[in-house]
Design a binder for this molecule. Structure first.
Ligand SMILES: [Zn+2]
Length: 486
């Protein structure tokens, strides 16, 4: 029996365990660094399956590493499980219909992501047991992918240092290898401190921190003409200094996200943004402080691993949606704004676009391309990919053109088709992990690929040493325990 067939059987045997876990994580819908229930559920499952679990990995309460086996090679499966704020939505509804208005929801499908990777780890372990294979399979419970840079902190702690290959996936609208590069990013909070006074009686004595925020914005706007096209600088004012115009604002805060294709380009832009902030402080007579709140590196693709994983995806072939799956997907597709559909349709052929109204769940596997395409988004998988040869696939989990971080993603997060797409990803990852585990020459070639792509550069963690992951209080602990640990 082929490896893919054996792995497929192993995953099908425990299908209910996996789909139930994904649905539970969907219900928990915990945001970055607060995934206490989700990480506990997934680590408990792995412990019962015979993995040794290290909880609170890399100083993060909701991160964990579950290992099975011993010695080299070490194959890592990366799982995420954080939700997003403001995206509460009923499962199975094709209209915007929040469970709790303003509540949290799995708007990026990380309930499926974490559990699909867990399914792969369990199946690979089962296969190793039956076939008495040496080596180590590890599941990395990676919290806070959404603007939290969980893996970046984990990478800085050296958690991936002995890993030979990392494998993961992301739910999406296509079946295929994610042959993409992502944007490196740094998110930084600028705080301005001025002097408050009565704005009419003694304006000459006041120094406005809000003025500094505005001047900084003007300065950054002028920068935009003189930076590379692919770079992006976004901002959000966190604190305007109050709602009274007749009181000079003594304090104001603005959050900036700086993105560019390469980490070195982000570092250069970040230096310039700091200069602009210093200038704004000088002009307004205020004082400026900044804190980096998160940062991720760009993604390094790995052609060797992409070929291995693609072959397994082909052998396994994507799941065929049922009539009910298609009917639901059509309703979701109808709810997606036309501009989103037009933009997504540019990626696929006209013949495929014509068929979308009959079935928006793309059934085929995308062929491998030469090289990679830039993705206008950032991910902390990038940091792992600088250290370890890394590969990712995507499966057609959602109706075509479903935008990321939308209520439509949450609505589709417990659907039978999403489950099937998750299991397809799990099987593809497990087969890839096992083939790599059994063939040291693949690892050697993948490491050679990484070396070539880095072209002499080495990993620099984009988060400064003095910045640590947030430590929210675990609500699962009893009050007494909390009192003791504080
Ligand atoms: Zn995501």
């Amino acid at each position: 029996m082929r490896l893919t067939e054996q792995v497929s059987k192993l995953i099908e045997q425990k299908k209910k365990l996996f789909t139930d876990a994904s649905d539970r994580v969907w219900e928990f819908a915990e945001i970055r660094y607060e995934e206490f229930q989700s990480s506990q559920l997934l680590s408990d499952i792995l412990e019962k399956e015979g993995f040794t679990v290290e909880r609170t990995a890399g100083e993060i309460q909701t991160a964990f590493v579950a290992s099975f086996g011993s010695g080299k090679p070490v194959i890592a499966l990366l799982g995420e499980y954080d939700a997003l704020a403001g995206l509460s939505q009923q499962a199975g509804s094709s209209e915007f219909n929040p469970v709790a208005p303003g509540g949290q929801g799995h708007g990026c499908g990380h309930n499926l992501l974490g559990t699909g990777a867990l399914a792969a780890a369990v199946a690979a372990k089962d296969y190793m047991v039956t076939n008495r294979l040496p080596g180590t399979i590890r599941f990395y419970g990676c919290p806070a992918e959404e603007s939290g840079a969980g893996k970046t902190f984990m990478a800085r702690k050296g958690l991936f240092d002995d890993v030979d290959t990392a494998i993961t996936w992301h739910p999406g609208t296509d079946n295929g290898i994610m042959q993409v590069t992502s944007l490196a990013t740094t998110t930084v909070k600028f705080k301005f401190l001025g002097k408050s006074t009565h704005a009419a009686a003694q304006p000459h004595l006041g120094r406005s921190a809000l003025d500094a925020v505005e001047l900084m914005s003007v300065g950054v706007n002028y920068m935009r003409e003189h930076m590379i096209d692919q770079a992006r600088i976004h901002y959000a004012v966190l604190n305007t200094g109050g709602s009274a115009p007749n009181v000079v604002q003594s304090e104001a805060e603005v959050l900036y996200s700086i993105r560019a294709p390469k980490s070195a380009q982000v570092r250069e832009l970040f230096d310039r943004v700091q200069d602009v902030a210093r200038g704004a402080a000088l002009m307004s007579g205020t004082r400026m402080e900044f804190t980096v709140t998160g940062a991720t590196s760009d993604l390094i693709p790995n052609p060797t691993l992409e070929r291995v994983m693609h072959r397994h995806m082909e052998e396994l072939s994507p799941p065929i949606p049922t009539a009910a799956d298609i009917a639901f997907a059509k309703k979701i597709f109808a709810s997606i704004p036309e501009p989103d559909k037009l933009s997504a349709a540019q990626r696929i052929s006209r013949e495929k676009v014509a068929k979308l109204h009959d079935n928006p769940l793309l059934p085929e596997l995308m062929p491998l391309i030469d090289g990679s395409v830039p993705m206008s988004a950032s991910t902390d998988v990038g940091d792992v990919s600088w250290l370890v040869p890394t590969v990712q696939c995507s499966t057609a989990t959602w109706a075509f053109a479903t935008p990321g971080h939308s209520w439509q993603v949450v609505a589709q997060g417990q659907s039978p088709h999403a489950h099937a797409a998750m299991l397809y990803a799990g099987k593809s990852m497990a087969a890839t992990a096992l083939e790599v585990l059994m063939n040291p020459e693949i690892i050697a070639s993948a490491k050679e690929d990484l070396k070539t792509q880095l072209a002499g550069e080495s990993y620099v963690c984009p988060i400064p040493e003095d910045v640590h992951p947030p430590q929210p209080i675990n609500p699962l602990h009893s009050q007494a325990e909390v009192a003791l640990t504080r």
